[in-house]
Design a protein around this ligand. Sequence first.
Ligand code: ZN
Ligand code: ZN
Length: 415
Amino acid sequence: MNTVKMIVLSIILFAGSGFAASKELPKMLELGSVNCIPCKMMAPIIEDFKKNYSDKFAVEFIDVNNDRAAAKKYSISVIPTQVFLDASGKEVFRHIGFFPKEDILSKWKELGFSFENKPAVKVESKPVAKADVKPESTFKRFEPAQTDNRSKDTICYMCDKDISNSMVTVKTAKGDVKLCGLHCYHIMYSCMTEDKTGIEDKVTISDYKTKEQVPLLKAVILYGMDERIGRPTLKAFTNKDDALAEKKENGGNIVSAEVLKAKELASRCGFCDRSVYPEDAALVKADGVHTYGCCSHCALGVAVRTGKDIEVYEKDRLTGEKIVVKTHDGKIASLEPKTAVAWFGQKKNKEGKFGSAGCFHQCFFVNEENLKKWVEQNPLETGEMISIEKALADKMALKKEQIMKACKIGECAPK
Ligand SMILES: [Zn+2]
Ligand SMILES: [Zn+2]
C-alpha cells in the first residue's frame, strides 16, 4: 500500500515539476522554497509572469524541499535559482538569488526572446531591506572529507597548521603548548587574560639553523619581510653570527624581544582584540577610525562592538579578490561584489555540538564557486556557507555580555 502511494506521489511530483519544457514556449523555472525571503520576493513576479506573459513564456515554481529530484536534476545548491530553458527544453541561462522582473525580461531579450508588447503590470512586492535580498544557502559540510590523524603535538594550538621549523613551545601549568611560530605565540599572548608576567621565561623556539629549541629571551631575532607574500618573517638564532649570516644572505633586521613584542601586539582585532598582521586581516573603518578584523566575521563584529556604521575591506580566502561590505544601522548597506558569501567554520565541541571553529576558520569569498573550491582544497574544514547578511545579523544579535565574552579574550589561553 505504501509503495503504491509513493509511486503515485512521485508521478504527481514528476508531472508537476515540468521536467519537459513546453514544445512551443521557452520556460523559466524558479527553484526555491516557500520560506526563504528572496524566494518570497520572487513569488509576485512569478504570478505576474503567469498572468500576463503566459503566451510568451512558461514559468514554473518548484519547491526544492518537496521536489529533491528537481533540485538534483538542476544541481541546485542555493535558492532561489532561476533556470531559463529554450523551447526545446535546453538550459540557456541560470541566475541565483532575487531576480527583478525587468532584469528577467532583459535577460530573455539578451538571449534572443523579446516579450515587450504586454502592458507593464505593477508588481506588488513589499519593500524588503536590501540586506534580505540574498540567496539562501544550502551548502554545508559537517563531516570532514578526510580524517585528521595528526597528533596534537604536531599541530599549532592557535591555527591548527602543521608545526614546522619555527616551532614555539610555551610551558604552562596545564602542559606544553605548541605553536607554529612566534606570530601564533603573540596571538595567544594577546588573548590571555591571566597574569602574563614572566611568561617569556617559559617560551622556547626552534633555532632557524640548528632546529634546536632555545629560550626565546636568549634568541637573536631576525625580523624580515617575505617579498612574495608581503608578510613579516621571524627567524630565531642562538648564535648572533648565524643571525648576521642569514641577514647578509636574505635581509632583515635584528630586533630585541621587546621591539618584536611591541610590533606583534601593535595591530589588534577591533572585535576580539587578538593581535593581527595587517597583511592577513580585514581592514575595518568605523566612523573614519581604522581597525582590523582578525577574520571576516570579527570584522563585521566591529559594528556591534562600536555601535557604528562600518566599512569592511576583506579578501577572498581563495583568490585574494576584494570584497567590500558597508553597514548602516547594523544592516548591510552595500556589498561588493553582490555574489559574495561567507563560510561559517564550525567544529564539534566536547558535548558533541557544533560551534564556531574559531577565527582562523571564518572567511569570505567573492562567490559560491570560490567557497566550494576552497572547501574542497581544505578537507579538514567543516561548517556551512551563510550569507554575509546572516554573518552580520548573528553578530548584531549578540548581547552586551556576549560581546565581552565573544571577544574571545581569555578563551584562547592554554587550557
Ligand atoms: Zn599557528
Ligand atoms: Zn577577532
